[in-house]
Design a protein around this ligand. Structure first.
Ligand SMILES: Nc1ncnc2c1ncn2[C@@H]1O[C@H](COP(=O)(O)OP(=O)(O)OP(=O)(O)O)[C@@H](O)[C@H]1O
Ligand SMILES: [Mg+2]
Length: 238
């Protein structure tokens, strides 16, 4: 392994997230600590409501911690304002949301082109067409999200997250709405990106087989990190 690939691309220190609700303060995540090396693939697993999506949003700088911090490629997210976090996300991060978050007024092609255009890439359209082909959607380029099935919307969201070959790809249940054929297609694309480009993969999944393909599995229970499992050796390190 090269020195570069040994670097911690994500470091999570004492990460805690609380929100105010009508019933009082609710702690969603409590004192989470772990790090991820560049090029690693990590699955985040746990029951519904355990805090997985909240954790992913914090890791990607889409949400801010109540205490503790996330260092993304060496930068403290706590120290940055929203504009600076947006810049880091645009430069380094791809994100597949659990609820897709496609722009309803744009076609599949335009949704995938959008981040490429925002990044000022000249070949945005070509890149978007190629990515949509890869996820098996070349016949749906001009469909709006409301004209796409759930699994098709998920694949558009995945194609969009691949734009610009991000250093870190976060995906929240990327194969949840897919049949086994398309699920495998997406898994292969994710691991291809991981292996060919060295993209760090952080996946939330309920799929044990997908989790087992990742280098490590982080288990969250009731907002706490309860176990980190190394996939191949099945060794408990926490
Ligand atoms: N803004 C918020 N205000 C109040 N409660 C919230 C907020 N965001 C999340 N929660 C609560 O925090 C808990 C964790 O939510 P989160 O979406 O992270 O769970 P999850 O592990 O991703 O679940 P799932 O597997 O169902 O997607 C849930 O009980 C949720 O209701
Ligand atoms: Mg979730």
């Amino acid at each position: 392994m090269s020195v570069l690939s040994q670097l911690n691309i994500i470091q999570v220190k004492g990460l805690t997230k609380s929100v105010s609700t009508f019933e009082g303060d609710l702690t969603i995540l409590s004192d989470i600590n772990f790090s991820v090396k560049s090029g690693e693939s990590v699955a985040i697993v746990g029951a519904s409501g355990s805090g997985k999506s909240t954790l992913l949003s914090l890791l990607a700088g889409l949400d801010v911690a109540s205490s503790g911090d996330v260092y993304l490629d060496g930068e403290s997210l706590k120290a940055l304002d929203e504009e600076a976090r947006a810049r880091i996300r645009a430069e380094k991060v791809g994100f597949v949301f659990q609820s897709f978050m496609l722009v309803q007024s744009l076609t599949a092609l335009e949704n995938v082109m959008l981040p490429a255009e925002l990044a000022g890439e000249k070949n945005a359209k070509q890149q978007a067409i190629e990515l949509l082909e890869k996820v098996g959607l070349s016949h749906r380029l001009s469909h709006y999200p409301s004209q796409l099935s759930g699994g098709e919307q998920q694949r558009v969201a995945i194609a969009r997250a691949f734009v610009g070959t991000p250093k870190i790809l976060f995906a929240d249940e990327p194969s949840a709405n897919l049949d086994s054929k398309n699920g495998h297609l997406i898994e292969n694309l994710l691991f291809e990106l991981n292996q060919a480009q060295g993209t760090t993969l952080i996946l939330v999944t309920h799929d044990e087989q997908l989790a087992a393909k990742c280098d490590r599995t982080i288990h969250i229970d009731g907002g706490k990190l309860v176990e980190i499992k190394v996939s191949k050796e099945m060794t408990n390190v926490v």
